[in-house]
Design a protein around this ligand. Structure first.
Ligand code: HDE
Length: 692
């Protein structure tokens, strides 16, 4: 038998080529050409595999080491390349090069993430989302490592390991994954009243966003901008999504976990592939020490916001994400953000949470990426020159020349390469005066500033700023989460804390739990009543637009092809995306006898994955699908998730069976549907679920 016959490969697919072919030749990592990638080297066809087989050993060895440790938090994420474009020069506020020239574009790489779940968890749990931007500026990398919520659970970095241990799967049983809804998280949170403000945000629909593209981002901490004269201005950073805010409802988010683990990841990727580039505007709130000193909260406290009504957000530029990564591992996984990466003109404050972060990221990245040289990876490398005397270490990728590995040196005087030198003019200067008049400098104290003890005023502000529907979602989310907690005194303590936020909220949560209202927890400082802020509501910041939204059209045998085409064209004209869903992927035979191929099969493409649905069926088609659970569920969930449903007359039987009732969001297939598909119908909710 010929050797080639004994390889047992190549059937139906080419595995090898003749010498001189134009396909690149497969090699080992040493560049040795490989003759056979199907069979290991054996002593005889049925004999033992030989240790000598370096092709096999190298391949398996590399495979064995493919995984690296995942991030301890924010392990699951998706990212994209893009650019930041400045609207106007901010040279009066900062000397940062990126903010000098109107219209200038700076490359960015932006990663969105969930916090609690591991890398293989799902995209849509109730969780805070990371929002990390790496700006590759001409003066080095600036990382704005933020979240989609403007406050945090804790005030001091020393509590971070406790917080993360509490929210992660419980240590003995290893579950639950990617959720705060369990004993240890609520035990910790209820004992940390400073977390109450963040909990209000976390229980709102902010933590179940519809898309990365429809959430805000926040730098959270107060930072400083420093101009060329050395004058410092406090700043808070905001990202405002061009598509407006949009969230899912809880039942939808939970079902999305089954329908599409990768819902947000896919959404980001597909939008970019389709040329619908996600966009956010960068906003800044700037203020001085006099303003800071006059507020009833401390601007160094990461559990507090500065209401936009008090300091308006000035939009200074936009970020457009226009290119998907080429390789998930090399870019999204290996990217290393660090809040300590700042450029001249941007500086820190004494926020004790920020100060702890400045240490943590570099430290964890050394352990995650395995070498102090991870800054050399293409995704992390600055796009400006990097010149210093740091040398060696594992995985050194550069080959520095010469022997100048120290300075001062005088090697230049004998014609050798002398290396770089510091520059007091262009170099980074730390802003010198970090303390304001209120503080005693120098004493070593394990204490917090006085106003940090106000744990409830802003939680109250948040509650007061929500629409009734949003309040119902928050109360229901508390009930859901606490109902997963098996230790009764935790319920009582948490609801006791909530009585400091709002008595009505606490009562609704206690009622929802079916327990008596517990006694009010003592508050370290009496909460204030601050003026409500519209900026805190999702519902007040949504855009009725089809841009960025997707519509699913359900059809079957006998459906009207003309009606399908018309809805598709109208939705696409209004900026929406359309997917066709049918019982079989191969399609259905329409009324005109032609077969229309589907984009998704009904059982695997439930209505959760769309923002609105059109159900285009003949009477016979509807009668048949009324016996198909997936079709009934398609309509029932669209209705229950407060989405627009456009329906053909023939679809009535299916809608009836699904319990779809007439309302503003249930339309025919004309213009009314296109208008309705651009929004959700929160007024419908009392008809479909009992909220707390
Ligand atoms: Fe992080 N955080 N964090 N964090 N964080 C990390 O760094 C940490 C905090 C945030 O897409 C880790 O490379 C401490 C606030 C994002 O790669 C780690 C404290 C905010 C990401 C770490 C905080 C964030 C991280 C884990 C309290 C919003 C993902 C892996 C003092 C402003 C970045 C890594 C990415 C990642 C530490 C609190 C945002 C362990 C100690 C507040 C978006 O270093």
């Amino acid at each position: 038998m010929a050797d080639t016959d004994r390889r047992n490969a190549g059937e139906g697919g080419e595995t090898h080529q003749e010498a001189g072919g134009d396909v690149p030749v497969l090699t080992t990592n040493q560049g040795i050409p490989v003759s056979d990638n199907q069979n290991s080297l054996k002593s005889g066809a049925r004999g033992p595999t030989l240790l000598e087989d370096f092709v096999l050993r190298e391949k398996i060895f590399h495979f064995d080491h493919e995984r690296i440790p995942e991030r301890i938090v924010h392990a699951r994420g998706s990212a994209a390349h893009g650019y930041f474009e400045l609207y106007e020069s901010l040279s009066d506020l900062t000397r940062a090069d990126i903010f000098q020239r109107k219209g200038e574009k700076t490359p960015v790489f932006t990663r969105f993430s969930t916090v609690a779940g591991s890398a293989g968890s799902v995209d849509t749990p109730r969780d805070v989302r990371g929002f990390a931007v790496k700006f590759y500026t001409k003066e080095g990398n600036w990382d704005l490592v933020g979240n989609n919520i403007p406050v945090f659970f804790i005030q001091d970095a020393i509590k971070f390991p406790d917080l993360v241990h509490a929210v992660k799967p419980e240590a003995d049983r290893g579950y639950p994954q990617a959720t705060a809804a369990h004993d240890t998280f609520w035990d910790f949170a209820s004992l940390m009243p400073e977390s109450t403000h963040m909990l209000m945000w976390a229980m709102s629909d902010r933590t179940i966003p519809r898309s990365f593209r429809t959430m805000e981002g926040f730098g959270i901490h107060t930072f400083r901008l420093v101009n060329a004269e050395g004058h410092s201005t406090f700043v808070k950073f905001h990202w405002k999504p061009k598509l407006g805010l949009q969230s899912t409802v809880w039942d939808e988010a939970a079902k999305l976990q089954g329908a599409d683990n990768d819902f947000h990841r896919r959404d980001l990727y597909e939008a970019i592939e389709a040329g619908a580039y996600p966009e956010w505007e960068l906003g800044i709130q700037t203020f001085d020490e006099a303003f800071a000193a006059a507020q009833p909260y401390d601007v160094l406290d990461a559990t507090k916001i500065i209401p936009e009504e008090d300091v308006p957000v000035r939009l200074v530029g936009r970020m457009v994400l226009d290119r998907n990564p080429d390789n998930f591992f090399a870019e999204t996984e290996q990217v290393a953000y660090c809040p300590a990466n700042v450029v001249p003109g941007v500086d820190f404050t004494n926020d004790p949470l920020l100060q702890g972060r400045l240490f943590s990221y570099l430290d964890t990245q050394k352990s995650r990426l395995g070498t102090a040289n991870f800054h050399q990876l293409p995704i992390n490398a600055p796009k400006c020159p990097v010149m210093n005397f740091q040398r060696d270490g594992q995985m050194q990728m550069h080959v520095p020349k010469g022997r100048a590995t120290y300075e001062p040196n005088s090697l230049g005087e004998v014609g050798e390469e002398a290396g770089p030198r510091e520059c007091p003019v262009t170099g980074y200067h730390t802003f010198e005066r970090q303390l304001d008049e209120r503080e005693e400098a120098g004493d070593k104290l394990r204490v917090r500033p006085e106003l940090f003890a106000d744990h409830y005023s802003q939680a109250r502000l948040f509650w007061a700023s929500q629409t009734p529907s949003e309040q119902a979602h928050i109360a229901s989310a508390f009930v859901f989460e606490l109902s997963k907690v098996g230790i009764d005194h935790i319920h009582a303590r948490m609801i006791g804390n909530l009585r400091n936020v709002d008595e009505e909220l606490a009562k609704r949560v206690a009622d929802g739990m079916g327990i008596d209202l517990p006694k009010k927890s003592p508050a370290a400082r009496d909460p204030l009543d601050m003026a409500a802020s519209d900026a805190l509501s999702i519902h007040k910041n949504m855009k009725a637009s089809l841009e960025g939204r997707s519509v699913g059209i359900l059809y079957a045998d006998g459906s009207d092809g003309g009606a399908i085409d018309a809805v598709k064209a109208a939705v696409e004209k209004a900026g929406g995306m359309v997917k066709l869903v049918a019982p079989k992927l191969g399609g259905s035979k329409l009324a005109d006898g032609k077969t229309r191929k589907a984009d998704g099969q009904l059982a695997g493409t439930p209505s959760q994955v769309f923002d609105a649905v059109a159900i285009i069926l003949s009477e016979e088609g509807a009668a048949k699908l009324s016996n198909e659970g997936a079709a009934v569920q398609f309509a029932m969930d669209a209705f229950g998730h407060l989405k627009a449903i456009g329906a053909s007359d023939g679809a009535a039987a299916l809608l009836d069976k699904a319990g779809v009732e007439a309302d503003e969001g249930v339309t025919d297939l004309g213009d009314d549907f296109v208008k309705a598909a651009a929004r959700r119908f929160y007024d419908r909710e009392p008809k479909v679920r009992m909220l707390a």
